[in-house]
Design a protein around this ligand. Structure first.
Ligand SMILES: C[S@@+](CC[C@H](N)C(=O)[O-])C[C@H]1O[C@@H](n2cnc3c(N)ncnc32)[C@H](O)[C@@H]1O
Length: 212
């Protein structure tokens, strides 16, 4: 998107409060990579969760907690975000972010590798947001579909993967993972889905049936 439109959306719809700004500033101070969602993507996730009145949400890839705060803030009292993070330093910074945002009781941070943690979770999530390593994306697709309730949202960041999604010559494991995920999202009969071209692309799908 043209940067001017992006700025317009951010300023009008997704202005950060001091807590979100502080969380982003801490990413830099703690030398975390600047790969968190942007404010307008955060707001999009927030709107989507409100649209389905989400109560139980799963995130794969917490980093420093920036997207997690947007997600958890969309939940009603009694709602819970479960977020999985394998890097202990990222997990520590994320936990501090959730404390700073006073989201006690609304966020459960699970430290560990996603493929170890996912089989331990109880199905019935209202939304699953995937934003971690790219090679295992087809496995995350399968887990997302298993863990979502019917009517739930499957969300996945970096659908364009900086252009690799449309470059068949890029045979890197990450590019293959992204393309495989997008193809599953497009063709799996349990899902209706598309890509919203915000930043690096966000897959948005609704699970419409339990079996294909
Ligand atoms: C793009 S960042 C997440 C950004 C975060 N969702 C945000 O917008 O604020 C990806 C995160 O996934 C974590 N990660 C990568 N592979 C993982 C895995 N297999 N299991 C759990 N977390 C993983 C990385 O350590 C990193 O913190």
């Amino acid at each position: 998107m043209d940067e001017r439109f992006e700025r317009y959306v951010t300023e009008l719809f997704a202005a950060e409060d001091p807590i979100l700004s502080k969380i982003r500033a801490r990413h830099a101070a703690e030398n975390l990579p600047a790969i968190n969602v942007s404010p307008e993507e955060g707001k999009l996730l927030y709107v989507l969760l409100h649209a389905i009145q989400a109560k139980r949400v799963l995130e794969i890839g917490a980093l420093g907690g920036y997207s997690g705060v947007w997600l958890a803030r969309a939940l009603p009292p009694g709602g819970e975000l479960t977020t999985i993070e394998k890097d202990p330093k990222h997990a520590k910074v994320a936990q501090e972010a959730f404390d700073m945002a006073k989201l006690h009781g609304r966020v459960r941070l699970v430290a560990g590798a996603a493929l170890d943690v996912l089989p331990t979770l109880t199905p019935g999530f209202d939304a699953v947001f995937i934003d971690a390593d790219k090679e295992p994306l087809p496995k995350y697709f399968d887990w997302g579909m298993k863990l979502l309730r019917r009517g739930g949202l499957l969300l996945c960041d970096n659908a364009f993967f900086h252009g690799a999604a449309i470059d068949p010559n890029d045979r890197s494991p990450n590019a293959l993972g992204v393309r495989a995920f997008n193809e599953l999202a497009a063709h799996d009969r349990r899902l209706v889905a598309t890509i919203i071209p915000v930043r690096d692309g966000l897959v948005v799908g609704v699970k419409i049936r339990e079996s294909a």
